[in-house]
Design a binder for this molecule. Structure first.
Ligand code: 7TS
Length: 412
């Protein structure tokens, strides 16, 4: 069943850069297929963290001593790396947050609270992660705005014609996921953005799942906002990015108040710092931000296209193999996907599959994947999700398939 690697990447060299891949789980070699939840970290990221805390830990922007200057330069160099990575026009359009969730909350609270009024509409889709639903629900309730939801087809495909019907002069914001975490389905965000802009609405793209797999060009997409998390692009947890168009960010009030985001404070009045610092109150996550830069360097050095090619091959191989299992159904089996396989097996609960696979050293995700409305639409409580990264191999997929077959035999 195994297939030799055809991609342009040196898989064993890549795997050597991820120390965790060597570990054993329950006496078996780890097979890590939960990359949509979080990716593993390369040595370059781990070393950057150690190096920062060992050599130049200091608070940034305010100090004039050497350590503070070195830390500031390293922190700001990640901002420039992120700018290049998503092809933003200006470096000040890159705001560091804790992750995708905080990026969306920033926009909902800052833009939403200052802009939305009664009767305005926010459009999301059925595919959204809870973090692209709840912040909009909260602000809509507060402002008397309404949430409209684009329906999907049975395979998880975004129904574009239905979306066009929902767009109206009342639409102020469209916030959609670029690639679904639960199914892997890629949404036509460029066309979604074009249509929203024709109606004068802004668009926020949740890039939590797309950024690690697809080439992201925010200028080409014309996205008004774009969010992603460091930990899903081989970087550390606790750091993420909000991209926003400069003129829109400039018009928005601060999200949080505190140090760093001010120009001048008196008890009578406070004036605010310029972009991006207006949105970065307090001491940021310096070490993890610097290490995110190392993660992006690694992706760039291997080449996003090479990675995509390998992941597409893994996806096709896994899809074929999974479909050969009689009682198994892949949810969201569309042609345009990132490397995520979500499936259900007749008569076996996803949680049991997850536990029994873990006993064999195989890490997958089971459950609703923080997409309860999507699961309700599909009429299932949850799925088992295998998600692939650049370091995964065809042999690991063979192990997964053998593992699932064993689970089915055990549950019969
Ligand atoms: N949006 C999408 C599409 C996601 O997949 C996730 C996390 C988030 C937002 C939130 O990102 P965070 O980094 O702020 O937590 N998705 C998952 C997942 O699929 N399994 O665990 C986390």
């Amino acid at each position: 069943m195994s297939k030799n690697v055809l991609s342009n990447i040196d898989l064993s060299a890549i795997r050597q850069q991820f120390p965790i891949l060597d570990r054993q789980v329950k006496g078996k070699q780890l097979v890590y297929l939960d990359n949509a939840a979080t990716t593993q970290k390369p040595k370059a990221v781990i070393d950057t963290l150690t190096d920062y805390y060992s050599r130049y830990n200091a608070n940034i922007h305010r100090g004039i001593h050497t350590l503070a200057e070195e830390a500031t330069i390293a922190y700001e160099s990640t901002r420039e790396k992120v700018r290049g990575f998503i092809n933003a026009k200006h470096v000040e359009e890159i705001i560091f947050t804790r992750g995708t969730t905080e990026s969306i909350n920033l926009v909902a609270n800052s833009w939403g609270r200052s802009q939305l009024k009664e009767g305005d509409e926010i459009i999301i889709s059925t595919l959204e992660h809870h973090s692209n639903i709840v912040p909009w629900q909260l602000i809509a309730k507060e402002k008397g705005a309404n949430l409209r939801v684009v329906p999907i087809g049975d395979n998880g495909e975004f129904l574009f014609d239905e979306y066009l019907k929902l767009l109206s002069a009342n639409t102020r914001m469209v916030s959609v996921v670029h690639a679904s975490n639960a199914l892997g389905v890629i949404n036509p965000v460029k066309q979604i953005i074009e249509a929203a802009h024709r109606m004068g609405a802004l668009v926020m793209v949740d890039g939590a799942q797309s950024t690690v797999h697809l080439d992201i060009d925010v200028q080409d997409l014309q996205a008004d906002f774009f969010a992603f998390s460091g930990h899903k692009v081989y970087g550390p947890t606790g750091v993420g990015v909000l991209y926003g168009k400069k003129e829109i960010l400039e018009s928005m009030p601060p999200f949080q108040g505190g140090g760093e985001m001010i120009r001048e404070v008196s008890f009578k009045e406070t004036t605010f710092n310029e972009l991006p610092y207006k949105f970065e109150a307090g001491t940021p996550n310096i070490a993890d931000t610097i290490a995110l830069g190392s993660a992006l360097d690694l992706i760039t050095s291997i080449g996003k296209l090479n990675i995509r090619h390998h992941e597409d091959e893994l996806l096709a191989y896994a899809t074929n193999a999974l479909l050969s299992i009689e009682s198994l159904r892949i949810m969201g089996n569309t042609p345009n996907k990132v490397s995520v396989c979500s499936f259900v097996i007749d008569g076996v609960h996803p949680q049991d599959i997850g536990i029994l696979l873990d006993n064999q050293g195989i890490a997958v995700r089971t459950g609703h994947h923080c997409t309860q409305p999507l699961m309700a639409r599909l009429g299932i409580p949850g799925t088992t999700r295998a998600s692939f990264a650049m370091y995964n191999t065809f042999e690991e997929i063979d192990i997964l398939i053998a593992g699932i077959q064993k689970v089915i035999r055990m549950m019969k």
